[in-house]
Design a protein around this ligand. Structure first.
Ligand SMILES: [Zn+2]
Length: 328
């Protein structure tokens, strides 16, 4: 937010300076020691935004004199600035730390979907307590202020996010998994795809079940969904890169189920979320395929949104609405 106003000002001026330029009486007005307010503001913006973009301040008046900045310039600048800030932030953390894992996970675009979605549907809102906990999770804080120990006696001072892996909170974790899958299945059914819950998917000598089987027109798709916590000790080494934890879990699940699914003439899709909201690439592919199937079924939109966007948003809110009854 710190950079939004300066970038907005810079971009607005870059788009309209060609209209102002003919009114400038002399190039001397455009020097750094100018008393003209818009020139002063421009130089201040540049000092604040110093980096590879935007262009040098003294070139601004040449670059945009005849050619206004193209649409989307503000977004392009902010993306570059935010990427640079994220890189700096990550470089300040220890390689095998929960902070490094958290920042890497938060860099995935799906992790902020619940924050950038306008509240245009009851599905896109969070109760106050869930919003507070989800926000604190992003910040690496314990779920409640002044809470120093978990009910299992683990310290929340040394590990503020312990509650995401505590065995005594397993019921909340299971409930979150079930609600995520139900959300996926409900949207699929709404768009004309038949879904079978917990179909048998034999693996090795022991029987096993996937979460669901989605019957697309061309092929059936087994889906198994889970949520992993990249800042857990067992994932720290993998979480040194974005989606490292989710990718590992996708591979593990694929080893277990993929060949068996293929032997039944079906595909297998692991849908793996990270606790911070990042979504593994295989899950993102399945959501895209489900949306394509919806279009083929003549249902391209739900609640005036493309199916893919609606589903991604709904899953994002469902993930963050995890209820920790044990904390009350
Ligand atoms: Zn605990």
């Amino acid at each position: 937010m710190y950079h939004v106003s300066p970038v907005a000002y810079w971009c607005a001026l870059s788009q309209y300076y060609h209209l102002i330029s003919p009114l400038v009486p002399s190039p001397d007005v455009l020097l750094a020691d100018s008393k003209v307010p818009f020139v002063q503001s421009l130089y201040k913006c540049h000092t604040l935004l110093l980096g590879p973009t935007p262009p040098r301040p003294e070139n601004f008046f040449c670059d945009f004199k005849d050619t206004p900045a193209a649409a989307g310039y503000q977004r392009k600048l902010l993306l570059a600035i935010n990427a640079s800030r994220l890189k700096t932030l990550i470089s300040l953390t220890d390689r095998l730390s929960s902070d490094r894992a958290r920042f890497n996970s938060l860099s995935d675009k799906h992790s902020s979907s619940w924050l950038s979605t306008p509240p245009i549907s009851p599905l896109f809102t969070l109760p106050d307590q869930s919003f507070a906990i989800a926000s604190r999770l992003r910040l690496g804080l314990p779920p409640v202020e002044d809470l120093k120990h978990c009910i299992c006696s683990a310290s929340l001072i040394s590990n503020p996010l312990h509650f995401l892996t505590c065995n005594l909170l397993r019921s909340s974790v299971i409930s979150r998994h079930d609600r995520l899958f139900q959300c996926l299945a409900r949207v699929a059914r709404l768009t004309g795809t038949t879904v079978e819950s917990e179909p048998r998917l034999a693996a090795g000598d022991e029987g096993s079940r996937a979460d669901g089987k989605f019957y697309f027109t061309s092929l059936s798709n087994f889906v198994d969904l889970c949520v992993v916590h990249p800042a857990a000790a067992s994932y720290l080494a993998l979480a040194v890169k974005p989606l490292g934890a989710a990718s590992k879990r996708e591979k593990d699940k694929s080893l277990l189920y993929e060949r068996v699914a293929q032997s039944q003439g079906a595909l297998f899709h692991p849908v793996v979320y990270e606790t911070f909201g990042a979504l593994g690439s295989r899950g993102a592919i399945f959501i895209s395929r489900l949306a394509d199937e919806a279009i083929a079924n003549g249902v391209p939109m739900i609640e005036d949104q493309p199916v893919k966007q609606f589903l991604s948003r709904t899953l994002s809110f469902t993930l963050q609405s995890m209820k920790y009854r044990e904390l009350n």
